[in-house]
Write a protein that binds this ligand. Structure first.
Ligand SMILES: [Zn+2]
Length: 94
């Protein structure tokens, strides 16, 4: 089982960041669906469920998109990378 220490601090994002790692930095969590929608995700519901230590990849199936997709890819982006305007349509389902 991989140890978190192997990530070696705040270099590039680890391959599979945990939710709390994503939130600790000046970053935001984004979801993108195969249909092209992208949305900033407010992880408050997940934090409320005690999922802060989940890997983002394990949370992807908890997302739903307006196109009907039952998963969306999660990624961490710097705050300055947020695309202006057109976003939304992906939300936390559970
Ligand atoms: Zn979609």
């Amino acid at each position: 089982m991989a140890d978190d220490a192997s990530f070696g601090g705040a270099r590039a994002w680890p391959f599979a960041p945990r939710l709390d790692q994503a939130l600790r930095a000046r970053a935001s969590v984004w979801a993108s669906c195969a249909c092209g929608r992208q949305a900033a995700i407010d992880p408050a519901p997940w934090l409320g469920q005690g999922l802060a230590r989940q890997r983002l990849g394990e949370l992807e199936t908890r997302l739903r998109c307006l196109c009907g997709s039952r998963r969306a890819r999660l990624e961490v982006r710097g705050l300055s990378e947020a695309p202006p305007g057109a976003s939304g349509g992906i939300y936390i389902f559970r």
